[in-house]
Design a protein around this ligand. Sequence first.
Ligand code: GTP
Ligand code: SPV
Ligand code: MN
Length: 615
Amino acid sequence: MQQVTKMAKGKEDKKAVSDQEIPTKHQKLIQWVNEMAALCQPDRVVWCDGSEDEKTRLERESITNGELIELNPKKLPGCFLHRTAHNDVARTEHLTFICTSKKEDAGPNNNWMVPKEAYAKAGAMFQGAMKGRNMYVIPFCMGPVGSPFSKIGIELTDSIYVVLNMRIMTRMGSAVLKALGTDGEFTKGLHSKADLDINRRLILHFPEDNTIWSIGSGYGGNVLLGKKCLALRIGSWLGAKEGWMAEHMLILGIEKPNGEIKYITAAFPSACGKTNLAMIVPPEGLRHKGYKIWTVGDDIAWLRIGKDGALRAVNPEAGFFGVLPGTNSKTNAVAMATMKKNTIYTNVVLAPDKTVWWEDGDGEPPAEGIDWKGNPWKPGTKDAEGKPVLGAHPNSRFTAPISQCPTFSPKMNDPEGVPISAIIFGGRRARVAPLVYESFNWQHGVYVGSQMASERTAAQYGKQGEVRRDPMAMLPFCGYNMADYFAHWLRMGQRIKKQPKIFHVNWFRTGSDGKFLWPGFGDNLRVLEWILGRVEGTAEAEETPIGYIPKSNSIDLKGLSLDQNKVQELLSIDSQEWLEDLKSQEEFYVQFGDRLPKEIRSELDALRKRLSRSQ
Ligand code: GTP
Ligand code: SPV
Ligand code: MN
């Protein structure tokens, strides 16, 4: 039975009066919900229990109000389409703030506001923002309920789309409220789509108060507050304080024919291949080796040192919020199978038979359909300037439960997490970075992560293709001064007895024709195999100024028609190009001043010397 708290009318307008039992005795929680309801003035406050009944009721309601379109129940059972506002299709980093008392604590990597000012500014926007709508109270847990890794949050929202997404993306409902008890700690999340106006949009984090306020957006990373806001920005802050790490990483298990499973994590910036690698399908040429893949997570890892001295990882999420364009049965058959049912599709083409389509997906586009903006669309549609109109937005996404993934790892629910053997950093770089290299040691590996760079993708608002430094793929997600974050990585290394080895990969290097040199996707397993070989001491490598790279023939290229020139180009290191790159690294580090750990500076200096010598 759903719990509903009706708002009293008239004079009592500002006070939530319960006509049904509130499903918790947590006084601080009740008080906060009442305060936020008084501010936002929803018609009703609805406590979510996570039940099937509730899900069906919310789906019906959102079909009626137009938030969701039900898809073909035979071909896509339990699936829905959602269209966002046209200017609300990606995270808005320029409207995202870390609000700490001291500016230096947020660091040069974050937009900053004084908490008092931020509360006042957003408070004015939240005033009456939920009038005519319900306020849903979503209790959610990041990580398995009851695990020492996990954190509980409560999100208040006026969007049913958010409730239905949070149901998939997190463990959500009554069990979480129960785990919270009468005085448990929780992150306070407040979200209102308000009028979806980009000029009145703010995503605010108050790490000192364990609070998140998001207003004016209805897009994933801005509004599913458990994901980037809690699991990364607030999470990284808590991690630094409590001695663990919150990272923008996939988690993957590779089972060898002897049954042994090795787990790795990989940090790539948004839309640079985490979901794809997390579900990798062994390529034809390697199939005879009998590798099996286990998907633990595709976006976020929480890492703690286990009793055994290993670095252990938990995926705090329970679902995927994955990129659609480019996803098809060839590139990612596992993702395609995962999203066949109970999936929410956002910003794709609606076909007349109520199925969906996106660019570089499966099959031909429908002869006629409706594009992500809700306009009639057919293949070849051009805009006023004669440019092709995409049917799906480049950052269109699917939300699906991890439990539906054919390679789902049951270890995902292990409260102790999985032990990590290798950490992989990587970016999208047309030049400079080779296909793969191994760092010399933990400290050098931290430096390698700290100088990561990548071309901007459609996952964030702004100019596409521009190369920017994105340390550990955390630039938009580190909730505190990034120099302190580097120091935290260095400190963690000293505490980890069984240190994972640290690698860097680049699937996106291009040749003189501008095309990708490396086939990518399933073939990336060839690189992972070399990485595991290095962990186990069986794969051969050559020492270079930047780190160890594979000796020729030490990556298994069987069944791949890739000529030797291309392989050489993929692994080549141009000292001149690297020395140029170091200049841009220096420019990036300058902003951190004295706060930059001296170890990072000394790694950079040592690399410069090695490169100069090798010229
Ligand atoms: P977020 O969800 O934004 O964090 O992205 P992600 O890192 O999970 O990226 P995802 O796996 O969704 O891939 C993003 C885009 O890159 C998709 O269009 C993929 O098809 C493409 N992609 C992924 N892996 C490869 C690869 O190995 N090579 C090439 N060329 N493209 C890839
Ligand atoms: C990313 O942009 O890194 C994502 C999607 O994973 S979002 O949830 O919007 O952040
Ligand atoms: Mn991501």
